[in-house]
Design a protein around this ligand. Structure first.
Ligand SMILES: N[C@@H](CCC(=O)N[C@@H](CS)C(=O)NCC(=O)O)C(=O)O
Length: 204
């Protein structure tokens, strides 16, 4: 399989974590987020929305969207329960991650790391507000030991992506005791590797 990827993207990190935890081998192809490469025709053919991650299967089929990739890879594994309600809990947190966590924390982190806060302070404040609110909701909803219940699932993998690096967005996960303990439990799951790299590009 080929993962169209960027080392500083936590959306891509989610997929790298699961591929490694499943023991699947994959080739990484970096798509440059900062030069327009994501919007070139060859990448738009992989993902009509022009973003990473995109997973190319051995069949040649391509699958964008981190949550869709996680669900596809986790099918039939302990990372995705088969019972309808247990599975729906995983979906609940995956949708929450995409609707609240990612648009808040991922965008605020990106703006902070590339130096775009001063240019668009209202946008940054709004995204950070949404990100902090999502941390409060997660703190309230987290059950012990994992977000969807007794076992580690792809909902934990997805939420880990932007929650663990929320301080780079200007939020502070260590203010939330349940989140802090949960991050430690996720990092202690077998085969877990966090190789997220810093963003080095700046918007000058
Ligand atoms: N909902 C998507 C979001 C993917 C996304 O926003 N990817 C960013 C990197 S973290 C990207 O490719 N940005 C480049 C662009 O928008 O051109 C997912 O979860 O996979």
């Amino acid at each position: 399989m080929i993962l169209y990827d960027h080392p500083a993207s936590a959306n891509c990190l989610k997929v790298r974590i699961l591929l490694r935890q499943l023991g699947l081998s994959f080739e990484r192809v970096t798509v440059d987020l900062f030069s327009g490469e994501t919007r070139r025709p060859e990448h738009l053919a992989r993902n009509p929305d022009g973003r990473v991650p995109v997973l190319e299967l051995d069949s040649g089929d391509v699958l964008p969207e981190s949550a869709a990739i996680l669900l596809y890879l986790a099918e039939g594994t302990p990372f995705l329960p088969s019972a309808p309600l247990e599975r729906a809990r995983v979906h609940q947190w995956l949708f929450f991650e995409q609707n609240q966590v990612e648009p808040g924390l991922a965008v605020a982190r990106f703006m902070a790391l590339v130096g775009r806060v001063g240019k668009h302070p209202e946008v940054f404040a709004d995204r950070l507000r949404q990100g902090r609110r999502s941390l409060e909701s997660l703190e309230r909803g987290l059950v012990d030991p994992f977000v969807a219940g007794a076992s580690y699932t792809v909902a934990d993998t997805a939420l880990y992506g932007y929650v663990h690096c929320a301080s780079e967005a200007g939020a502070e996960p260590s203010e939330y005791p349940r989140i802090t303990a949960w991050l430690g439990r996720v990092e202690a799951t077998p085969g877990f590797v966090n190789d997220l790299e810093p963003i080095t590009w700046t918007d000058s």
